[in-house]
Design a protein around this ligand. Structure first.
Ligand code: ADP
Ligand code: AMP
Length: 213
């Protein structure tokens, strides 16, 4: 099954991906995670992406499309994949369709996690991530047992640079202008599944599970 997780920054895509990847036995491909890994390793791709990410802007389509086109050909994606944070523009979505069509594939389900804009800033600024295993927590909505320490692997938690309030506003603007039109794009194709993202994390997971059955 080829799945896309759609939704504004902070909707809960990464959080839900951790469950769905086990359920559907597909790799979780997060373009944001790939960029952050490249920044950590100091690669050319990381340097290029950082220029945009620090400003809360989208990385140019050409850079992201090339990256995803390659990633979905890896052996672990042979029987399906789950994209998180891609596509983010109509041009990216069209390029993905074209690329999949070459091998007779298509997107089967687009899970749109719907959350009111008013709660996103608090979700994003309170997000904390494990440096070691990448698990996502929240200071208020999904707190760890021991301050600053990951419940799963004991790693150190950190706050993403672009999760500071001043950058968040720009990221939400980019979403409104460039990514939101994808809801209608996939609705027209008949693959859109709307999920109420404004419930407990477990309730959101259950709704997604039901929808993907
Ligand atoms: P995205 O990947 O869409 O940017 P995340 O999965 O990282 O979003 O979630 C953003 C923040 O909100 C995280 O700190 C996460 O723990 C928290 N969160 C995720 N889902 C919920 C939810 N249903 N209710 C409250 N907080 C949530
Ligand atoms: P995320 O981890 O999904 O919140 O993404 C973090 C940042 O990475 C975004 O604000 C963008 O700068 C960049 N990014 C991730 N995915 C894409 C994409 N598909 N297109 C353009 N930029 C992206």
């Amino acid at each position: 099954m080829n799945i896309i997780l759609l939704g504004p920054p902070g909707a809960g895509k990464g959080t839900q991906a951790a469950y769905i990847k086990e359920l559907k036995k597909v790799p979780h491909i997060s373009t944001g995670d790939i960029f952050r890994q490249n920044i950590k390793e100091g690669t050319d791709l990381g340097k290029k992406a950082k220029e945009y990410m620090d400003k809360g802007l989208l990385v140019p389509d050409s850079v992201v499309v090339e990256l995803v086109e390659d990633r979905i050909t890896w052996p672990d994606a042979k029987n399906g994949f789950m994209l998180d944070g891609f596509p983010r523009t109509i041009a990216q979505a069209e390029a993905l369709d074209e690329s999949l069509a070459k091998t007779g594939k298509a997107i089967d389900a687009v899970i749109n996690i719907d959350v009111d804009f008013s709660v996103l800033t608090e979700r994003i600024t309170g997000r904390r991530i494990c440096r070691k295993c990448g698990a996502t927590f929240h200071v208020k909505f999904n707190p760890v047992k021991k301050d600053g320490i990951c419940d799963i692997c004991g790693g150190e938690l950190y706050q993403r640079d672009d999760d500071k309030e001043e950058t968040v506003i720009k990221r939400l603007n980019e979403y409104q202008e460039k990514t939101r039109p994808l809801i209608e794009f996939y609705n027209k194709k008949g693959v859109l599944i709307n999920i109420n993202g404004q419930q407990d994390i477990d309730a959101v997971t259950k709704d997604i599970e039901k929808a993907l059955k």
